[in-house]
Design a protein around this ligand. Structure first.
Ligand code: F6R
Length: 367
């Protein structure tokens, strides 16, 4: 059942080229130059005329939502807010029938997310569900939606469901942007061509980083804290990297936008602090270079996720994980892979139960 892998989590990490491809299949038709999504197409007017899109989720799905915000605002130019379901439902939110709510949930059963969309629906919002489990409560309650076709996710730590969520959100943002005229045909074609390359790049990154990440993970078994930093689209990827590590290895980790470091976390940096920094060429690279300089001046241990052939960040970093280049908007998908592997191996070396971490449940059906 684990297909020869030691844990479901590792199996699911390695399934990602396929799960992303399965999520794109039948939707991304590059040769015809279209994205086919019935859930969006049937309600295009409602969604594209939304005054606001509110993305509601918990945990890893909330991190996907943050990247969804960047994607939708960038390509469709519709204002987006991202809310923790548990906060939204209890704070008397302003919501009208001109709002569209996107609920993201792997299980489709998360109690807080379900309660939040009920509240939003009562106030007239249109509910779009992005779920992995077919016929789950959230998918049934939604007015429309798209399934992520990641297949069953058994490991408690979400991996392939997360990258499938990013895939769906990319498709939605690009489709909306194309139909509302914010994306030119040429821009749209470039982006969908690159999105089509993502399963292959994910496969490449799995093959090229697996052994190296496995090896360096040994160096961190005794770490007590980690920082994860990224900017732009990769800021939420840093949050997700930190969540993966803490939930399965029980090492305290925090994700931050790299520029926020100097507003507090920089005080933590010394020679004992490992800092994962996501620094692909496209997306605020020069700014990240200065962040790395600031970290090295305080002797932090830098684990840099960079593109092949990178020089500046790599020359300063203690560990260099190379990933293929892609558009900035899709880079969180590719950059997340080595971070998942690193969390996995650190947890395994610490003897933790990676598939069933203590205190956690796969589907949080109580609030
Ligand atoms: C983290 C993780 C949780 C879930 C969260 C929401 O790896 O799995 O943070 O993402 O409980 O679950 P869903 O997506 O099922 O609503």
């Amino acid at each position: 059942e684990k297909g020869g892998y030691e844990h479901f989590m590792l199996k699911e990490i390695f399934e990602q080229p396929k799960s992303i491809q399965d999520t794109l299949r039948g939707r991304l038709l590059v040769n015809e130059g279209i994205i086919k999504m019935a859930g969006i197409w049937d309600h295009l007017e409602r969604i594209n005329k939304a005054e606001r899109i509110i993305i509601i989720a918990c945990g890893t799905s909330w991190h996907a939502g943050l990247i969804g915000e960047y994607l939708i605002e960038e390509f469709a130019r519709i204002p987006v807010e991202v809310e923790y379901a548990s906060e939204f439902r209890y704070r008397n939110p302003i919501i009208t029938n001109k709002d569209v709510v996107i609920a993201i949930s792997q299980s489709g059963e998360t109690a807080d997310t379900m309660a939040a969309i009920k509240l939003a629906k009562e106030k007239g919002a249109f509910i779009y569900g992005i779920c992995n489990v077919v016929d789950s409560s959230i998918s049934r309650y939604s007015d429309a939606g798209s399934y992520t076709h990641a297949g069953p996710e058994i490991g408690v730590a979400s991996t392939k469901a997360f990258t499938a969520q990013l895939t769906i959100l990319s498709l939605i943002a690009l489709k909306l942007g194309k139909h509302n005229g914010n994306l030119s045909n040429a821009e749209f074609m470039n982006l969908i061509t690159e999105l089509d390359n993502i399963p292959k790049k994910v496969e490449d990154v799995l093959n090229s980083t697996h052994e190296y990440v496995k090896k360096i993970s040994k160096d961190f078994v005794s770490a007590t804290n980690f920082l994860y930093l990224g900017r732009g689209f990769n800021f939420p990827a840093a949050l997700e990297g930190a969540l993966k590590l803490k939930e399965i290895s029980y090492i305290h980790a925090e994700g931050y936008p790299a520029a926020e470091m100097k507003h507090g976390p920089i005080a933590l940096i010394d020679e004992n602090m490992p800092i994962v920094i996501i620094a692909p060429k496209k997306g605020h690279y020069d700014k990240i270079v200065s962040n790395v300089q600031e970290i090295k001046a305080r002797k932090g241990k830098v684990i840099a996720v960079v593109n092949y052939g990178d020089e500046q960040v790599s020359s300063m970093a203690d560990y260099v994980i190379e990933i293929p280049e892609t558009s900035e908007c899709f880079s969180p998908i590719v950059a997340s892979i080595p971070l998942q592997l690193m969390a996995y191996y650190i947890a395994v070396y610490r003897g933790a139960n990676v598939d069933q971490p203590r205190n956690l449940a796969k589907s949080v059906t109580v609030e």
